[in-house]
Design a protein. Structure first.
Length: 196
């Protein structure tokens, strides 16, 4: 045990403030039977780009049967967050599968959201170009995002039977993936390169 304790001793190293862990409460968790935020299978509810961090979550409303999509951002060097809630969509299904996923396209500086799926048609929206490349030039409001669509940029095909959406950033390209339908012995996943 003596040897283990010696190996765990910390050196006199100053940890920069931006590397120290910070706990932030972004909003109240909805009072639902199923967990809607911070699920183990949820891909990218929080991500960082260009010295900013972005997070998404379902937040409760006055009506306990309705949740709203809230989007937050902060400078990595700051402890306080900016947030806004989209007012054009109500999440009403008490199903833990119905998470939110965010992605960043480095090629054009857009932020992407896919949300509220368990074998459902696509619910997707995208920000204005440059939002995450030059965040200080944009106020943090829903006005920086387009309408909800059931198609991806560059396609007219309605995507359906979606569960577990996720975005994967590769260089300047953003990929979108989801599981097709419900669990089965041979799971199927679909991948799309977003045409932005």
């Amino acid at each position: 045990m003596q040897r283990l304790n010696q190996s765990l001793r910390c050196q006199d190293v100053e940890i920069p403030k931006y590397l120290k862990p910070v706990i932030s409460v972004l909003g109240d968790d909805p009072l639902t039977k199923s967990r809607l935020n911070a699920n183990s299978f949820q891909h990218h509810a929080i991500t960082s780009h260009n010295s900013y961090q972005y997070a998404c979550l379902w937040t409760p409303t006055q009506d306990a049967s309705i949740r709203s999509l809230t989007l937050c951002r902060r400078k990595l060097s700051a402890s306080s967050w900016e947030s806004f809630t989209f007012k054009d969509y109500n999440q009403t299904t008490d199903d833990g599968h119905n998470i939110i996923s965010i992605g960043i396209c480095k090629g054009d500086g857009t932020l992407h959201l896919s949300f509220d799926h368990h074998c459902d048609d696509l619910k997707y929206r995208m920000s204005k170009k440059g939002l995450v490349d030059t965040p200080e030039k944009f106020s943090w409001t829903a006005d920086n995002f387009g309408d909800i669509t059931n198609t991806l940029p560059g396609t007219s095909d309605i995507l359906s039977n979606i569960s577990y959406p996720q975005f994967v950033s590769t260089d300047d390209t953003l990929l979108f993936s989801y599981r097709v339908g419900k669990y089965a012995p041979h799971l199927r996943w679909k991948w799309f390169k977003l045409a932005i």
